[in-house]
Write a protein that binds this ligand. Structure first.
Ligand code: HEC
Ligand code: HEC
Length: 271
């Protein structure tokens, strides 16, 4: 009798145990702890990939699939997207996307630096793709950068990098883009932006374009043109910059005029 009870209890315990294991395997957090235990035994670079995969499963897989190969009607496969694409989309806060079908827009990043590095590593591990470029604007040439920007970028982003409407989308202003993001965008071609190979735009060209983009960012920060910052510049460029400065001034005056200084629009409520 006692023995039979013990057997029954053991069977019940076994059943409970089996149930718990099944529930654990089925729950999303099950994979997390498994990966953490696993993480302790793998080498450093692989651990980053493992950490990245965990983040990916919770934040990205609903659209890109558990293996990153994409889900039909949701999001593209990330095989071959490369670390550059992951880094660009994460640092500019474009991913995770809020809603399928929207143009990804710049915003506050959802992840800290370590998490972004882990996700970059994981996406990079899915298949060969563009690496994060090393961009050194100080090695670039402003005049060459301006020429290439005018030729390849201004059609969408505007000659002063202030953004514009492109067919099928909105080309954002480049005022917040870091040199690395400029390089990444060139290699990745986000959304409707074309991607450029190293044969079309060499790494040295990227340095020059990034330097020119920095220059277009300066007027707003410094309130004037930092000719002094950029060293000797061709006369034509100075004339062109003066024209741009005049344009900006006109734009500002028009802006102020529309906003109303209060003095000449009588009858309006005081602000
Ligand atoms: C709501 C759905 C959704 C979520 C969640 C989401 N994505 Fe995306 N993702 C998309 C869509 C749609 C695109 C295609 C947009 C485009 O063409 O620019 C995309 C594009 C990308 C690209 C560019 C692919 C390429 O070939 O250049 C990367 C990289 C990326 N996502 C990474 C991520 C990461 C990492 C996460 C999680 C942190 C994430 N995404 C979460 C929908 C999503
Ligand atoms: C056909 C139009 C088009 C051309 C040409 C183009 N871009 Fe873009 N670019 C876009 C669009 C659209 C986006 C926004 C992508 C998105 O929403 O994911 C973008 C995004 C960017 C961003 C990210 C900006 C930010 O703040 O996040 C950078 C940097 C950039 N482009 C640089 C360049 C450079 C440099 C060139 C020239 C080598 C170039 N683009 C050429 C359309 C274009």
């Amino acid at each position: 009798m006692r023995r039979a009870r013990r057997v029954a209890m053991a069977a019940a315990a076994l059943l409970l145990g089996a149930f718990a294991v099944t529930a654990w395997a089925g729950s999303p957090s099950g994979s997390t702890s498994a990966a953490t235990e696993f993480g302790a035994t793998v080498s450093a670079p692989t651990r980053k990939v493992v950490e990245g995969r965990e983040l990916f499963e919770t934040s990205c897989s609903s659209c890109h699939g558990f293996d990153g190969k994409g889900l039909k009607g949701q999001a593209p496969s990330l095989v071959g997207a490369g670390e550059a694409a992951a880094d660009f989309y994460l640092r500019t806060g474009r991913m995770p996307l809020d809603q399928v079908g929207e143009e990804p827009l710049r915003g506050e990043p959802s992840f800290g630096n370590a998490e972004i590095e882990a996700l970059d590593a994981y996406v990079g591990s899915l298949g060969e793709g563009p690496a994060i470029p090393k961009v050194e604007p100080e090695k670039g040439s402003v005049s060459e950068g301006m020429e290439m920007f005018t030729e390849s970028c201004a059609g969408c982003h505007g000659i002063g990098g202030k953004g514009g409407v492109a067919i099928g989308g909105y080309a954002p202003p480049l005022g917040e883009a870091t040199p690395t993001e400029v390089g990444e965008a060139i290699r990745v071609g986000p959304y409707i932006m074309p991607r450029f190979s190293e044969a079309q735009i060499t790494p040295a060209d990227v340095n020059s374009i990034a330097r020119y983009v920095q220059l277009t960012q300066e007027p707003e920060d410094a309130g004037g043109f930092g000719i002094g910052h950029i060293g000797p510049v061709p006369e034509g460029l100075v004339a062109w910059l003066a024209a741009l400065a005049a344009l900006l001034l006109v734009a500002r005056l028009i802006g102020e005029g529309l906003g109303g200084s209060g003095a000449d629009d009588a009858g309006e409520e005081p602000r």
